[in-house]
Structures are given as C-alpha cells and as structure tokens.
Write a protein that binds this ligand. Structure first.
Ligand SMILES: Cc1cc2nc3c(=O)[nH]c(=O)nc-3n(C[C@H](O)[C@H](O)[C@H](O)COP(=O)(O)OP(=O)(O)OC[C@H]3O[C@@H](n4cnc5c(N)ncnc54)[C@H](O)[C@@H]3O)c2cc1C
Ligand code: FES
Length: 273
C-alpha cells in the first residue's frame, strides 16, 4: 500500500498527489513513469513522475481527471492509500549534452515537461520553456516552471493569459532568431506532431513523450505499440520518449481512439464502469 502524503488541486481538473514510495524515489529519473492501481478492481493508470524527493522517499504525480479511474484517483485525500504503484517504468530521457534547449508542455503535459526542464537546468543548460494552455484558469505550475528555466513563455488559445496563440508560433520565432540543439515536446498528440513538423526544417533534435494505451507497462501485451521510422516500438519499454521526426502520429491518434466507446460506457447492470 502507498500512502498519499500530500494533495494539491492545481486547477479544476488537474491534481498533484505526492506518494510515499521510497524504492521508486530512490531510482526514478526524468522521463520515467509509474502504473498506479487504486484497489483490487482498479484499472492500471500510467502516470509520469512529475517530481521526486530521494531523501524523503516520495514521488509526485500530476493527474488530469478525464475518466473513470483518474476521477477516482483524485477523489482520494491526504492519508488515503493506493494499492499498487509500479515503477519506475520506461527509459529515462536521453538528453545528450545540449547547450540550449526548448522544452514545450501542453496542458497537463507541463507537469511532465517540468522534470525535464529541471534536469536540464540543473545540468547548466540554457532552458527556454513554452507552456501552452486553453485559457488562464487552467494554467498550472507557473512558479515551478519559472524556477527551472531561463525564459518562460506562456500561451493561451483564447489570449486570456500570456500570449495568444499556439506554442508552435513561439517555437518558430525562437528557432528563426537563434540556434538550439534540443527541443522536447510533451502534451496532446496533435501538439507533439506540429512541434515536430515545425522543428524538422531547422534540423533540431526533437524528442516527444508518447502516451499510447498501456496495459502491463513491461513490454508483454503489445498494447502500446507505436510506429517510429517504420519500426514497431513498444512505448513502455523502448520509450516513452522518441525522435519526433520519426513518429507516425496519425497511427498513434487512430490507436488511441480504439476504446472511446468502451470508455464512455455507463454500466447499468451494477458494474463498476
Ligand atoms: C506513459 C504515459 C504517461 C502518462 N502520464 C500522465 C500524467 O502524468 N498525467 C495524466 O494526467 N495522464 C497521464 N497519462 C494518461 C493517463 O494514463 C490516462 O489519462 C488515464 O489512463 C485515463 O484513464 P481513465 O480511466 O481516467 O479515463 P478513460 O475514460 O478510461 O480514458 C480517457 C482517455 O485516456 C487515455 N487512456 C485510457 N486508458 C489508458 C491507458 N491504460 N493507458 C494510456 N492511456 C489511457 C485514452 O486516450 C482515453 O481516451 C499518461 C499515459 C501514458 C501512456
Ligand atoms: S503496455 Fe504492454 S507492451 Fe507496453
């Protein structure tokens, strides 16, 4: 059992939960994720480790409540327990040795971009963060992101905060003005696709963190397979980070939609979903 030792609501649908998980905290690296199961009947929920404290043995996950299991998870409180937290899973991000990097987060993806930015900033890399949201009321982690970046740009679709427009517009302007040796994008699949299309003509190494449907998280079920440069990869063990210029984003979008009907299903027979 894993205790929730802190809970913060970051906006109306995004919650940060800090769990006591000393063995995971000891080993986890930026880019890795855990799979959480709330109880014995629980679905397996892949969630990226947004922060960790090796000394206190804690890991923090940031959860967007979008469906049955994530809503159940964020309904838990400080002092409650979840049954399983498996991890760290996936490969740590391979940053290489960049000098100037741009990290892009879209919505809840900012919670995953944050540890990447923090790791690079602590390595002495010049970090520019671009964080995109639909509107001001859902902006998260602004103070935290400021602390781990040399420049922070916030964009909103409706212009209610920061600059109006898409993250890709800021990205293109930056790439036209200066040279960068790494771009990392984490967020909705269309955002990662268009970031990769924007960086391609500039020839900048671009990493994306993929979020296909995962089940076991250990490379056994094949559920998370993605097409990268014409090769089949399993995001849970080969990723979740991949070269954005090689990912088949359209196939990923199709595969992520396979279970839409089942996810929307409301059981009237007394089942749990
Ligand atoms: C490696 C990885 C890291 C992730 N990190 C985060 C994170 O840090 N914060 C966060 O809020 N979300 C994260 N997600 C997405 C999160 O796992 C899903 O939102 C969650 O599983 C949805 O479950 P649900 O029952 O609440 O919603 P459902 O109603 O069951 O599904 C809603 C949508 O969530 C996605 N989804 C559903 N089940 C899974 C599954 N088993 N694996 C992957 N996606 C699924 C699908 O796109 C689906 O359309 C991550 C996913 C992956 C693969
Ligand atoms: S989740 Fe089963 S192979 Fe990746």
């Amino acid at each position: 059992m894993f205790e929730i030792i802190d809970k913060k609501e970051l906006n109306t649908s995004v919650t940060s939960l800090t769990l006591k998980a000393p063995f995971i905290a000891k080993k986890v690296m930026p880019g890795q994720f855990v799979i959480v199961r709330i109880d014995q009947l629980g679905e397996r929920i892949p969630l990226t480790v947004s922060d960790f404290d090796r000394e206190n043995g804690t890991v923090t996950i940031v959860v967007q409540a979008i469906g049955f299991s994530t809503k159940k998870l964020v309904a838990l409180n400080k002092g409650d327990f979840v049954l399983d937290v498996v991890g760290p899973l996936g490969c740590p991000t391979e940053f290489g040795t960049p000098k100037k990097a741009i990290i892009i987060g879209g919505g809840v993806g900012c919670a995953i971009a944050y540890p990447q930015a923090k790791a690079l900033y602590n390595m002495g890399v010049d970090v520019t963060l671009i964080a995109g949201f639909r509107s001001k009321d859902i902006v998260i982690l602004e103070e935290e992101m400021k602390k781990v970046s040399n420049n922070l740009f916030i964009t909103t679709d409706d212009g209610s905060y920061g600059r109006q427009g898409l993250v890709t517009e800021v990205l293109k302007e930056l790439l036209e003005k200066d040279s960068y040796d790494l771009v990392i994008a984490i967020g909705p699949v269309p955002m990662m696709k268009f970031v990769s299309l924007t960086t391609k003509p500039f020839g900048v190494k671009t990493l994306v963190s993929l979020n296909p449907i995962m089940i076991d998280g250990t490379g056994m079920c094949g559920g998370c397979r993605v097409n990268v440069g014409g090769e089949i990869k399993f995001a849970c063990v080969d990723g979740p980070d991949f070269d954005g210029h090689l990912v088949d984003f359209d196939e990923l979008t199709r595969r992520n939609g396979y279970y839409k009907e089942e996810e929307a299903h409301k059981c009237r027979l007394g089942g749990t979903k």
